[in-house]
Ligand binder design. Sequence first.
Ligand SMILES: [Ca+2]
Ligand SMILES: [Ca+2]
Ligand SMILES: [Ca+2]
Ligand SMILES: [Ca+2]
Length: 463
Amino acid sequence: MVKIVSLITKMDTAGSLIKWKTFIFYLMVVNYMFFYGVPFSNMADASQAASNQEKWSNMTLVERHPLSSWYQRSHWHGNNKPGATHSPQRRLTPLSFYKLVYSFQVKEDTQPGTIVGNVEAGEHSKGSTNTFFVLEDDGEGLFLLSHLSGDFLLSRSLDYETQRLYILTVVVKHGDLGASRVRVYFNVLDVNDNLPVFRLDSYSVSVPEDSPVGTCFLSLNVSDADDGMNGEVDIEVTAEDGDTTFLVNPDGALCLNIELDRESSSDYRLTVQATDRALSISRRLTATARVVINVDDINDNMPSFTSAGSVTIPEDTALQAVVMVIQAVDVDSGSNGDVVYTLEDTSVSVFSINRTNGRLYLQQPLDREQLDTLTVTVTATDRGSPPLASSMNLAVHVEDANDHNPEFTHNYYSLALREDTPRGTSLLQLRALDGDIGFNGQVWYYKLSQGHKKDNGSNGQVQ
Ligand SMILES: [Ca+2]
Ligand SMILES: [Ca+2]
Ligand SMILES: [Ca+2]
Ligand SMILES: [Ca+2]
């Protein structure tokens, strides 16, 4: 190095001296980094490199040996520790670690107090031992290094989901021979220690009754903080009664599996279960959430009549009297199930109907003798949009009332008798007619004699 500097000094000119000095400085830094294992990525951080150089100057540069002589000494002794591996490019020296880099894998559920790694350095002279130190530690004492054995002891619990990699720089010193250092990596391995998590503990959602099969209406948004299969989840509906109305698709959305009918079931209360896919089935973790599904009504039912299709009323029923109460039901909800009643043919205004309660009123006098059966068509319509309607024919039978007097077929009868007409001889057949029916129309004849009424039977014969 001195020869190089003197040679360059001779060649120096006013313009190139500063450039050459800068070059030599970087050459020394690169040489130092190569020699002591400083990663080249650290070169970007010039201040860090300068700091490292200052930190190490007292420890390493005092007894610094030419690189070739370190190889020579390693080759001469040649007593590497059995089983230790090292790079063929970097042979074992008294101050070298057995490996260029140490990398350990530690499961995140490893118990604190467990030895999780070990570093070993090369041979040492009799009467003195290697001493290990941690120079840099981004685990803040998570991995405690035994100064004598080089073992690492886990001091606290790990959590893969918090930090997956720890990088330490370890130094070994051996008496006053100087020091060497090595990078130690602790890779934390994931363990299935996180449950799947639903976005909500319970969900509430409304679904229209006429939703097509396959409609997906709720994203369950399940997360699992673990890695890989430990963090992948399968979600399913767990129905105690085996109901298969709903299913969860591979994207974690709740979907309709079969058609809904609000009139059969207006709400559902489900339990959905998420299970992660840990390779070991016994280590799989599950979580559940509740889902309430309300089925929104659609006007898919027409009113249905429940009242009788016929009624019998006296013909002398008073006007405005209630003939009967028409009833129809609509199993839909709200306005979809509200029913209004109308009479189809309003030109024959014998009857009227209350639109809301279905009461049928008599509007015209009845006359059984004119018409003994009336037919009225009643329509029940719901208030849905669009509305649905149904109709029925109501037969109104008019019951006879005794509203007709018997009337003789003649107002005046005359006859001539012989004086020897035998007693009991039929003399005259009277006939009186009655417009009513049944008992109301049966005629009974009486004779009036001196103001007294005398029964004369029902045949109208005068003897
Ligand atoms: Ca998990
Ligand atoms: Ca985990
Ligand atoms: Ca409905
Ligand atoms: Ca309806």
